[in-house]
Design a protein around this ligand. Sequence first.
Ligand code: SAM
Length: 248
Amino acid sequence: MAAWRSLVLTLFPEMFPGPLGQSLAGKALDRGLWALDILDIRDFARDKHRSVDDTPFGGGAGMVMRPDVVDAALHAAQENWAGAETSGEEAPGRRAPVLYLSPRGRLLTQSLVRELAAGPGVTLLCGRYEGVDERVLEAHDVLEVSLGDYVLSGGETAALVLMDAIVRLLPEVMGNEDSPGEESFGENEFEGLLEYPLFTRPAEWQGRKVPEVLTSGHHEKIRLWRKAQAEEITKRRRPDLWARYTKN
Ligand code: SAM
């Protein structure tokens, strides 16, 4: 099967792969376990100044990314995907969704990350200025995805976070030592809970000892202790997650 692929539309192509060229994701990129392609939105500007934005209708501060320029970039992205399909790189019929990173989008969660990791890939539209003209988002049936309730200066850092979360779940990307195991939001006995506290050597550090149960070698007791800790931390720090967990 073809590698999971990300096609990023941005005004700042030099921001990629950035941190994703390092460590786990970088090694996986080198090994061809995932692919990253970039389209520079400015290449689709039509005037001699290569302008990609204009003032907002109705007035107000800032600039808005033009629909005709973004549309041309999205069409080029579609062609790019079609090329990958016809060259046999992609399973037919599995379309990669087009996502626009946006503070008003669907909140990025681990379940959305898993869903996207299971597909063929994503096209990511990175906004700048005040954002993108609404009509082009409608025309391309774009799914808006938010990283959280705060405003970034551009979609590029959000795209990097999204890809980081996805890539580590792809087959063969994580070795045993990096295994997702029982981490927060994982699909396991601890699903829906935040992670329990972690400890490593030395067993005593600055007068602080590792909880005794963890050095007991008693697997069942360790499991129960970790579960109780995960529940306690979730209850205290994230009442919203705790309410969902207890409901399920
Ligand atoms: N005017 C927009 C608003 O008030 O919602 C904010 C625009 S922001 C300065 C520029 C770009 O950053 C957005 O188009 C989007 O692509 C990206 N961005 C900002 N915050 C984000 C977030 N929380 N999640 C995902 N992308 C975000």
